[in-house]
Design a protein around this ligand. Structure first.
Ligand code: PMV
Length: 325
């Protein structure tokens, strides 16, 4: 039996379909080349130990019998619940478990550091126990972790951390279809503002309780534009993709999840020659994305920076979860 294993999983960027994907509609999401790694190892003491220095967690530890119980600090929640779910599927052992996570990107960007680390932890732990998990099984355990920790979410970020590449995804993993595209010509601008996904989902839910037909109709329109974007991406028709992203941004504005800062960066990108630009993820802050011809990318980066954003360089041709050592 091996004693130690390291697994990594990529972060993600939502391309189109956020919010609607929480309510049984599709979205398109892409993995990025910045990753989170998790090392799982056996230790002699029967405790669960977690080191996640990137989120300021050092020497966190509790008895194995207490895992998932009592007060859990915010920074340890995904890891502890993920470990609890894996341990609940195997006979009890006297050995303790130590998990160490490391991230290549800041958890402030909205690149899905919690979901990538959940996938890396579950996969590392299963491998440590000599258990082969299919991608589907891995998705189920990780998605269960997300629902137990935050109560809501579509699971799109978990699927991307597992499958990598660019995927067409429907709520809860009902459909996970890799799209035939390698690299996407995107520019990413960070607003400098951290958004809280659950708060924004709740905000949209309130709006849909007040105007159910209008909000449902917006979701239906978003679903249609996501389906058109799927075809545009497959044909590498970036101009059409840009137009569809702009329409998507209009619906997100309508749902009330954009912000002045996001709009500033989005208009700066469009004015500098992007085919299209929109917010990415829950909204309220985090990042915006623009799709642009290579010849305009430098000018767009400059315009976003001038409007107060920070350019984050990523490549989109990223592999899903993998064993590192
Ligand atoms: O802010 P992010 O990157 O976690 O994206 C949230 C996207 C939502 O559709 C609002 C939620 C979800 O789980 O799909």
């Amino acid at each position: 039996m091996m004693n130690k294993i390291t697994v990594s999983a990529p972060g993600k960027i939502m391309l189109l379909g956020e919010h609607a994907v929480v309510y049984n509609r599709p979205c398109i999401v892409t993995a990025i080349d910045q990753r989170v790694s998790a090392t799982a190892e056996f230790i002699n003491e029967p405790v669960f130990q977690l080191e996640a220095t990137e989120v300021g967690l050092k020497n966190y530890q509790k008895p194995l019998s207490q895992i998932g119980k009592g007060e859990i600090p915010k920074e340890a929640k995904f890891a502890e619940i993920a470990v609890k779910l894996v341990l609940s599927q195997k006979p009890t052992s006297k050995k303790g478990i130590k998990i160490t996570t490391k991230s290549q990107f800041s958890s402030l960007f909205g690149f899905g550091s919690s979901s990538a680390s959940t996938v890396a932890i579950v996969s590392a732990l299963a491998n440590l126990f000599g258990k082969k998990l299919s991608q589907k099984n891995l998705f189920e355990i990780c998605y269960k972790t997300v629902l137990e920790v935050q109560g809501k979410g579509s699971g799109f970020d978990i699927a991307t951390a597992i499958y990598g590449g660019t995927t067409y995804f429907v709520t809860g993993g009902k459909t996970i279809k890799p799209l035939p595209v390698t690299s996407l010509p995107i520019v990413i601008g960070y607003t400098g503002i951290k958004a809280d996904t659950v708060t924004l989902i709740d905000q949209v839910k309130k709006l849909s309780e007040k105007y159910p037909k209008i909000v449902e109709n917006s979701y239906d329109q978003i679903a249609k534009l996501v389906d058109s974007a799927k075809i545009a991406i497959s044909k590498k028709d970036w101009q059409s993709l840009g137009k569809l992203m702009n329409i998507n941004q209009g619906y997100l504005e309508g749902l009330g999840v954009s912000s002045q800062m996001l709009s500033n960066l989005i208009y700066a990108a469009r004015d500098a020659g992007a085919y299209g630009a929109k917010l990415s993820g829950a909204g309220g802050g985090d990042c915006m994305i623009a799709i642009a011809p290579p010849s305009r990318q430098k000018a767009i980066e400059k315009a976003i920076t001038k409007a107060g954003g920070k350019i984050i360089k990523v490549e989109t041709k990223a592999e899903g979860v993998r064993i590192e050592s």
